[in-house]
Ligand binder design. Structure first.
Ligand code: CA
Length: 229
């Protein structure tokens, strides 16, 4: 279920959509003019806005730009014109999706759920950012200041594990058990060797660390250069 705001001046379309969307479990607020819609989008903070472009007081495209200047709320435009150039303009202006009238409540509901799913997936982006280091566990790509860093699978796992715990000292025992899946100690040398390879690829050394800091007798800490002190 989502909290929707429907900005639509046509009473017949509005009551049809409101009824159908409520039947599908959404909470629906409505506005019949652009200015009231804008106000409601700001005051009531809906999960998603459905915006009819043909409003009595404001051009829908104009309203879209006004709304985007102050809010990132997911938004679907409903347009009466199946005009490709117009649709591209609306998407460029910040609409997340569009529907051409006439459309059914089922179509609108499907678009609403798709846009909200996309938003949730973006929020769940697992990329870890530490200073200028970006670690994407889905693609297993690492970039340092935008430049790809070529790591072996083990080096990636080591860096990723340290990045999850960025700012904290991770013990060698934990690294052995989590990254190497070796439950008992005794392979410190393996970690040291991999750390030195990783350092070289990140353009630093144990003597002049930037991201990888050895804490003698305890373990390793990954932190951004500006946070290292
Ligand atoms: Ca209208």
């Amino acid at each position: 279920m989502a909290r929707l705001l429907l900005i639509e001046d046509d009473v017949a379309i509005r009551s049809l959509l409101v009824g159908a969307l409520r039947e599908r479990g959404h909470a629906v607020a409505t506005a019949t003019t652009g200015m009231r819609g804008l106000q409601s989008a700001l005051d009531d903070r809906p999960d998603l806005v459905v915006l009819d472009l043909g409003l009595p007081d404001l051009d829908g495209g104009e309203l879209l730009r006004m709304l985007r200047a102050v809010s990132a709320v997911p938004l679907i435009v409903a347009t009466a014109r199946d005009d490709e150039a117009e649709i591209v303009r609306l998407l460029d202006a910040g609409a997340d999706d569009y529907l051409v009238k006439p459309f059914t409540a089922a179509q609108l509901d499907a678009r609403v759920r798709a846009v909200l799913r996309r938003g949730a997936a973006e929020q769940a982006d697992p990329t870890i950012v530490v200073g200028e280091l970006r670690i994407d566990p889905r693609s297993r790509e690492v970039r340092l200041a935008g430049v790809p860093v070529d790591l072996t699978p083990r080096e990636f796992d080591l860096l990723h594990h340290l990045a999850i715990r960025a700012g904290q000292v991770v013990t060698k025992r934990e690294l052995l058990s989590q990254v190497w899946q070796i439950p008992y100690g005794g392979a410190d040398k393996t970690i040291d060797v991999h750390l030195s390879w990783l350092r070289r690829k990140l353009g630093e050394s144990a003597q002049q660390p930037r991201y990888l800091h050895t804490v003698r007798g305890v373990g390793v800490r990954l932190s951004a250069p500006e946070d290292a002190a």
